[in-house]
Design a protein around this ligand. Structure first.
Ligand SMILES: [Zn+2]
Ligand SMILES: [Zn+2]
Length: 59
């Protein structure tokens, strides 16, 4: 629908917020910090960061 990047904030940190403006489509899992829970691509919420990381690796 929109031409802007369709990235959901994975956490609420101000420090990480600007990262989502340039979030990579590939190798995103290496940027997952321990505070992140929400998938940047599909907005699915996970119980912890390692599950989110796995979700990105398998997806
Ligand atoms: Zn964060
Ligand atoms: Zn996802």
């Amino acid at each position: 629908m929109e031409n802007t990047t369709d990235i959901h904030p994975a956490c609420d940190c101000v420090a990480h917020r600007k990262d989502y403006q340039h979030w990579p489509k590939e190798n995103a899992e290496i940027r997952i910090a321990s505070c992140m829970r929400v998938c940047p691509f599909c907005a699915k919420k996970h119980s912890n960061a390692s599950r989110l990381r796995k979700h990105l690796c398998s997806g």
